[in-house]
Design a protein around this ligand. Structure first.
Ligand code: NAD
Ligand code: MG
Length: 379
């Protein structure tokens, strides 16, 4: 029985994590849950999984929870998340979206035996702080992001000097097959209708702009220690091949599976063991047509912008992420058009950002400055 904590339990990754806990009774004990504002779903999760500790985004939500479950320890806000991350669990699942996950992620890297990291923004903005933290504590960092989870599995089986390049695949998002659609006309409804995956709104928009793959390129660079020049991106609309590794002899290893995040989540929860039948096997018919093509970086400049930020260093990566979070939020609120997202990111990235960032405090300061810069491009 493994003790687990789930940050962002009411989101797409959080609920799928609890699906696995439910499907394997006796394997996992949920000791702590954190959620944002979906208190109704959180109450149902508390009823089913009996956590000892619960953290909510806003302290005024505690009263309703306490009335039903008085014995639970309640925490709230950003400090509450850091408190919850101090729990010495077997697996901490980090599935909060955005920069808000950074402080608890750094804390969990010190306290948890393993960190199942779905949140990619924290690696993008602070990979150079997180990786040394993980190395110092001995915490096992297990990527939940499907491409990185695939790469993790592939790279476990090869020697480093046998690797030529590593490959992330990208579905291409909902706009791939729609060249007739002017990007100005893309609404939030169109952008979040992802062809293969059902995900939270922010990552869905990131998939439509290809910023998701840009963030993932940075994530892969930190996780596996390869420069951007040795990381390829293939557009692969079926999302069956998640990752590949080109070896020095000219052959290629690939990781395949149905596009279902529970495969990666289950892998990280059970690691180094394997859970039986987490997802169904692929049928041959589903593997009959696999397409691959290069990304269109002219129509979707975000991948190029992320590569640039990676080359420039940590300050630029913080700026890239902050500008993107602000722009995506404004797009979802219908305050800016779809093509404004890369434009704002490019403008902010063009400003002066330090090549070195020493600590969490400086990271937060730069994040605030970049958010302010991004907000100045709309009213
Ligand atoms: P989501 O929007 O569905 O869920 C986010 C969760 O975090 C919710 O429980 C929400 O209440 C909570 N939350 C948001 N802001 C918070 C804050 N400030 N304080 C406390 N809690 C907060 O998002 P998601 O799609 O599950 O994605 C979560 C993370 O996993 C993201 O970083 C995303 O990039 C990554 N990821 C998701 C998928 C996927 O299939 N959904 C795949 C790969 C990686
Ligand atoms: Mg991914």
């Amino acid at each position: 029985m493994k003790n687990i904590s789930v940050f962002g339990s009411t989101g797409s990754i959080g609920t799928q994590t609890l699906d696995i806990v439910r499907a394997f009774p006796g394997s996992f004990q949920v000791v702590a849950l954190s959620a944002g504002r979906n208190i109704e779903l959180l109450l149902r999760q508390m009823e089913e999984f009996h956590p000892k500790v619960v953290c909510v985004q806003q302290s005024q939500d505690i009263a309703a929870l306490e009335a039903r479950f008085p014995a639970v320890e309640y925490l709230s806000g950003p400090e509450g998340l850091v408190q919850m991350a101090k729990l010495q669990v077997d697996v901490c699942v980090m599935a909060i979206v955005g920069f808000a996950a950074l402080a608890p992620t750094l804390e969990a890297a010190r306290s948890a035996k393993s960190l199942a990291l779905a949140n990619k923004e924290s690696i993008v903005v602070a990979g150079s702080l997180l990786l040394p933290e993980v190395a110092a504590s001995g915490c096992k960092l297990l990527p939940v992001d499907s491409e990185h989870n695939g790469l993790f599995q592939l790279l476990e089986g090869v020697k480093r000097d046998q690797v030529q390049t590593i490959v992330l695949t990208a579905s291409g998002g909902p706009l791939l097959r729609r060249p007739e659609l002017a990007l100005e006309a893309v609404t939030p409804e169109i952008a979040i209708r992802h062809p293969n995956w059902s995900m939270g709104p922010k990552i869905s928009v990131d998939s439509a702009t290809l910023m998701n793959k840009g963030l993932e390129l940075v994530e892969a660079s930190f996780l596996f220690d390869y420069p951007g020049s040795r990381i390829e991106v293939w557009i692969h609309p079926q999302s069956i091949v998640h990752a590949a590794v080109w070896l020095v002899d000219g052959t290629c290893l690939t990781q395949l599976g149905k596009p279902d995040m529970r495969a990666a989540i289950g892998h990280t929860l059970a690691y180094p063991e394997r859970l039986p039948k987490v997802i169904p096997k692929l049928g041959l018919d589903q593997m009959a047509k696999l397409e691959f093509m290069p990304p269109d970086e002219t129509r979707f400049p975000c991948l190029r912008l992320a590569r640039q930020a990676l080359e420039k260093g940590p300050g630029s990566l913080i700026a890239l992420n902050a500008a993107n979070e602000v722009a995506v939020c404004a797009f979802l609120e219908k305050r800016i058009s779809f093509p404004k997202i890369p434009q704002i990111v490019e403008e902010v990235l063009g400003q002066n950002w330090p090549a070195k960032v020493e600590n969490l405090g400086q990271t937060v300061e730069l994040d605030v400055a970049a958010r302010r810069a991004a907000s100045s491009f709309f009213g």
